[in-house]
Design a protein around this ligand. Sequence first.
Ligand SMILES: C[S@@+](CC[C@H](N)C(=O)[O-])C[C@H]1O[C@@H](n2cnc3c(N)ncnc32)[C@H](O)[C@@H]1O
Length: 231
Amino acid sequence: MASDRSPDSECDIARILQTKSETKAFYNKIAKVYDLLAEHSEQPMREIAMKMLASEPGERLLKIGFGTDHILVGLTQAVGPTGKVSGIDLSGNMLAQARELLERENLANRVTLVCGDAADLPYPPDSFDGIFMCFTLELFDTPEIPRVLAQCKRVLRPGGRIVVAAVSKRAEQGFVIRAFEWTHRHFPNLLDCRPIYACRAIETAGFLIEDSLVEFMWVPVEIVRARKPSQ
Ligand SMILES: C[S@@+](CC[C@H](N)C(=O)[O-])C[C@H]1O[C@@H](n2cnc3c(N)ncnc32)[C@H](O)[C@@H]1O
């Protein structure tokens, strides 16, 4: 089992102890109730992130770890009929929930959803103008975060942008963060993610940071917009 300390510069970030199949099983189990559990607190953060992405008609967008979420609808409407939205999520039940929502909104034929691991994105280089990832980067174990971001960089076109919202360690380290990390450490099946330094990880991955803020739901959340260098 991995320890909760890493020897590298990310040493104060707790490790992720679950395997990918445990994560997949967890989200398959909670897919039908995810909105009840998280929508109220997470939706305002997603809306800020969505404004930061500022998608435009005709763009090609990728939503990573789309979950059940309603942002797929907003992204599809924003890019319009000439645009293209793709999504990838580890959980087949999340995919079923998202597809049901898109069908209700008559948008299913404008979105391509796949089941897969964001650490190994199944898209060719330069496929997207923008990537959107909310409450998903902090589910990856510390050594895997650079790999996920490298994959994002590969599939983004030069000059393309990424917007990430993630539970953050960047704000003052108060009781809530310590309680969050303690719960994650002792009950990883209940609290599968942990606070990370999203902006620092994105910058280290070679993106140019354009905007970065810390908002508060019941924990601090970093919302970051960054760009892949044009050359
Ligand atoms: C905490 S939920 C967030 C869902 C959605 N982004 C939102 O904001 O409501 C995390 C999502 O990431 C997905 N996920 C977890 N690990 C993943 C991986 N390795 N690759 C792709 N998706 C993953 C889960 O299935 C789940 O739908």
